[in-house]
Design a protein around this ligand. Structure first.
Ligand SMILES: [Zn+2]
Length: 329
């Protein structure tokens, strides 16, 4: 069979977690609460923009958010739980309400339904419990149990996750077999540059943080795009991130144009060179300054649309990118 023609891919993924992704360092009633509550506006606003521009996205969703009640959470709770050395990561003692109506931070069936009803949206998994695959104290057994709960709780929605984003991007190569056995075929890997490498300690080091911040404005790490032939190097497909979409910052407002330029150049590079550009963020990053964030995203989508017209770029989910990569390389 003749090889199909390559094209540039424009991939978006969102880590959908509300409080479950930040609970170890942001208390539910603390300053960050307004960002988390803001997801009730930011998710519909993003979906509307995706619909307007016909943009596909993968929503890597925490399994807890599918629960309609506390009883349902209990029903899907894995039989074996991780015993993290860093005990603040253990989520099962979190104080939560009875359901979405009285607890907007820990349940999200209505938002999941909206995502499901929007064209071109994939619902992947962000594990059941925002599970930390590299933390000491967890095992392959507890990971398997967690993943199976994530799959089970999505089933009544008619959703079968095929892609995963690892919480804190803690990809554990030893878990590929478990993922495959459970129907997960692709994941979002990290940017290749040294400043994006994940370990238990280096994420918090000032030099890493400062470099990543500067990299959003000036080209330090390169275009961070991925070649099609590099997607299937492991047993499951890796569709690596190119950039984290930083939230609008009033403090750094004067640099917004520079931030847009940095992303534009990378999208154009991917389009012209027929590579993969992958942008990600969390809906809570848009939880405040929603208007500014949506306006910025609109400008990015306009760049994508131009690249679609001029270079045949296509918008794809993580799973679609993995499938295309099989055909193209
Ligand atoms: Zn997360």
């Amino acid at each position: 069979m003749a090889k199909k023609k390559k094209f540039g891919a424009f991939v978006i993924s969102l880590d959908f977690e509300i409080h479950w992704g930040v609970r170890d360092y942001k208390p539910a009633r603390g300053d960050y609460r307004q960002y988390l509550l803001g997801e009730r506006q930011s998710v519909p606003a993003m979906l509307e923009l995706f619909r307007e521009f016909d943009v596909a996205a993968t929503w890597a969703t925490v399994g807890f958010l599918f629960a309609k009640s506390k009883a349902e959470l209990e029903k899907y709770k894995p039989e074996v739980l991780p015993n993290y050395k860093n005990t603040s990561l253990f989520p099962y003692d979190e104080k939560i309400g009875e359901n979405e109506k009285d607890d907007l931070l820990h349940y999200a069936p209505s938002l999941i339904q909206q995502i499901k009803e929007t064209p071109r949206q994939e619902i992947g998994t962000h594990t059941f419990s925002h599970y930390y695959c590299l933390d000491s104290g967890q095992t392959a057994e507890t990971f398997t149990a967690d993943l199976q709960s994530a799959i089970a709780i999505a089933e009544p929605y008619g959703i079968r996750p095929q892609s995963i984003v690892f919480p804190r991007n803690q990809y554990n190569p030893n878990y590929e077999e478990i993922l495959l056995e459970n129907g997960i075929k692709s994941f979002r890997g990290n940017q290749e540059s040294w400043m994006y490498q994940v370990s238990e300690t280096n994420q918090k080091k000032p030099i890493y943080r400062a470099s990543r911040l500067a990299d959003a404005y000036i080209n330090l790490s390169g275009h961070n795009t991925t070649k099609w032939e590099d997607v299937w190097k492991g047993r499951i497909a890796n569709v690596p991130a190119s950039f984290f979409l930083r939230p609008f910052s009033k403090k750094l407002g004067v640099l917004e144009n520079r931030r847009l330029k940095r992303l534009t150049q990378s999208i154009e590079y991917a389009a012209k060179n027929k590579e993969i550009f992958h942008l990600w963020w969390h809906p809570h990053n848009f939880g405040v300054n929603l208007k500014e964030n949506i306006n910025f995203l609109r400008k990015i989508f306009e760049v994508y649309k131009r690249c679609e017209k001029d270079w045949g770029m296509q918008s794809l989910t993580i799973s679609e990118t993995a499938e295309k990569a099989l055909e193209l390389s």
